[in-house]
Design a protein around this ligand. Structure first.
Ligand SMILES: [Zn+2]
Ligand SMILES: [Zn+2]
Length: 288
């Protein structure tokens, strides 16, 4: 009887010792936060190292916690399904895309992706001379966007990213606030077109996305560079009009992705379509 108790005590103390020593193992390395996109890799190797018998139940728990924190924080960005990489860098989310539309377009004509060529049969359509090219685009947007004290104007060029990796451009066709009046005729069947360097972009509703069953006309369509999300042209089955929005083309309330509420832009059917008079927050960067 005594022997059994001693044996039991030995086992228990061994387990306690193993667990605590294992905890130490998981807390000592400080490499995890250095590069968050490598979390997955670090975890795998970490588990492999300490995975001996049943004591490893402690290790995955610790890892799972820190992992799910990151996963939760980055979860909404995973909706950018065309991103080739998404990771955290300090207070920023870094999103890498190639910028190619995942739908057909007449602007794929004579490119290396010519299998995605499809003419726009709208009789008003006028093909512009540009053709789609791919980019090595890195977008850095604030992870916790806040209203800026001075609202910076959106520049010509990339002002945001759609969930299919395509760039959002503002409501102007060129310098000095040139309206889109003529450019609109060169939009393909999904409302996009490439500019002179082949950067394909949407100035208005990306109808390929809003027609998607899992997105719809109320879903998350992407983000502007200030980190605030862009939603579709409807809300609770009602078309959003410019009157529902402030001068930056957004407003603040809870959404499916942000149950605690967030400022967000809406794409509307009328000019200025995506963004109004500048960014609501402080823009990050887009680099090709
Ligand atoms: Zn354009
Ligand atoms: Zn809204």
């Amino acid at each position: 009887m005594k022997l059994k108790i001693i044996l039991l005590l030995t086992c228990v103390s061994f387990l306690v010792y193993s667990c605590s020593s294992n905890d130490d193992d998981t807390t000592t390395p400080t490499t995890l936060p250095a590069n968050d996109d490598d979390d997955q890799d670090d975890d795998t190797s970490g588990n492999a190292d300490s995975d001996t018998t049943n004591v490893d139940t402690d290790t995955p728990d610790t890892d799972a916690d820190s992992d799910s924190d990151d996963t939760d924080e980055l979860a909404v960005y995973q909706k950018i399904y065309a991103a080739t990489d998404i990771y955290k860098d300090g207070d920023f989310v870094v999103i890498e895309v190639n910028g190619l539309p995942d739908h057909n377009s007449p602007y794929y004509q004579d490119t290396e992706w010519s299998d995605r060529y499809e003419n726009n049969t709208d009789p008003d359509f006028r093909l512009n001379p540009n053709r789609i090219s791919s980019a090595d685009r890195t977008i850095r947007i604030p992870l916790h966007p806040e209203e800026a004290s001075s609202h910076e104007s959106t520049a010509l060029g990339v002002m945001g990213v759609a969930i299919n990796g395509v760039a959002f451009f503002n409501q102007y066709a060129g310098p000095n606030d040139q309206p889109l009046t003529n450019e609109i005729f060169s939009f393909d069947q999904y409302n996009g077109h490439p500019q002179g360097q082949g950067v394909y972009h949407y100035h208005i509703e990306p109808t390929y996305l809003t027609a998607k069953e899992d997105v719809g006309n109320e879903g998350l369509l992407g983000f502007l560079l200030d980190g605030f999300p862009v939603y579709g042209p409807f809300e609770n089955n009602v078309a959003v009009s410019n009157n529902d929005l402030d001068e930056y083309h957004g407003h603040n309330h809870a959404t499916e992705d942000y149950p605690d509420g967030i400022y967000h832009y809406h794409i509307t059917a009328e000019d200025p379509y995506i963004n109004g008079n500048g960014y609501y927050g402080t823009p990050g960067t887009s680099t090709d």
